[in-house]
Design a protein around this ligand. Structure first.
Ligand code: MN
Length: 284
């Protein structure tokens, strides 16, 4: 140690100069690294969009991840509140990690308005094409929900089992990507595939995707998230009921219609519970 200090103490002017230059180069490299990091994780939310809507998207993404409806994949989007030809969606990252700062704006063809180097989801066309086809839809949730997969690959229709998933009472179509597109990688990675999926969804709240997952839509982020959650719960319970054997009694379409009206009345009660569950995870 002493020897090292002595060496520096007797360092020539040239050596000190080289050391200073090295320090300057290192500082510049460090600053460049920081600049790159801040470009990848922007700190500004989408301009002109109410923070409450961004918060709903964050709560929805995280709570569905908490419930195992979403895992490392899947996404929650919202139609832009003042520009119906645009929608909002996080940059490509796991739903449990989404913050308001990660949310980006897209046109309905899936082009980012201001990408700023951020990576975007491959399956954003699911969202854009459904917003094009369904003016009533204000939010879209795409999941790989484990509960629904069996109903996407068998002939057993997913049907409403109890009152919360009563929105399933109108029927749940299944979209099979192979029907029109042959062997694919199963992903909705272009607008043509997205449009085909949106056509199968039709006017329904949920569509299953064969060997892939599902899409739930709604007139708000809260309702789309609620539907994604209860579709998974219903699917798991239906599998259990079928496994018990014998005839299963499902909700009638009339019960489904009446039950779904109650969902709109009570949505804030469950949403506040989910919000309280997620807010601590957002504490800086
Ligand atoms: Mn997917």
């Amino acid at each position: 140690m002493t020897a090292t200090f002595r060496t520096i103490g007797i360092m020539s002017f040239g050596a000190s100069y080289r050391l200073a230059r090295l320090a300057a180069v290192l500082a510049a490299a460090l600053l460049a690294g920081l600049a790159q990091t801040s470009a990848q994780t922007p700190s500004t939310a989408v301009a002109g969009v109410d923070a409450a809507l961004l918060e709903d998207m964050v709560i929805g993404s995280r709570v569905l991840a908490d419930f195992g409806v979403l895992d490392g994949f899947g996404h929650v989007s919202a139609r832009h509140p003042t520009n119906p030809t645009h929608f909002l969606m996080a940059r490509s990252l796991a739903p449990a990690l989404v913050t308001a700062d990660d949310i980006m704006e897209f046109d309905l063809d899936g082009n980012a308005v201001d990408a700023r180097g951020r990576t975007v989801f491959l399956e954003r066309f699911i969202h854009g094409e459904i917003y094009k086809a369904r003016p009533d839809v204000m939010s879209v949730v795409h999941t790989h929900s484990p509960g629904v997969i069996p109903f996407s690959v068998t002939k057993v229709p997913l049907r409403a089992m109890f009152h919360n998933p009563s929105f399933l009472g109108v029927g749940v179509p299944v979209w099979d990507i192979r029907k029109d597109f042959g062997d694919t990688d199963m992903l909705v990675s272009n607008p043509v595939l997205g449009k085909s999926l949106a056509q199968t969804l039709g006017d329904k709240p949920v569509v299953l995707m064969r060997g892939h997952g599902d899409v739930a839509v709604g007139p708000s982020v809260k309702m789309a998230v609620f539907r994604a959650y209860y579709t998974d719960v219903n699917a798991k319970l239906q599998s259990q009921a079928i496994a018990l054997g014998g005839e299963v009694t499902y909700l009638t379409p009339g019960e489904g219609e009446k039950g779904d009206k109650i969902n709109f009345i009570v949505i804030d009660r469950i949403w506040n519970l989910w919000r309280m569950r997620i807010l601590p995870t957002l504490a800086k």
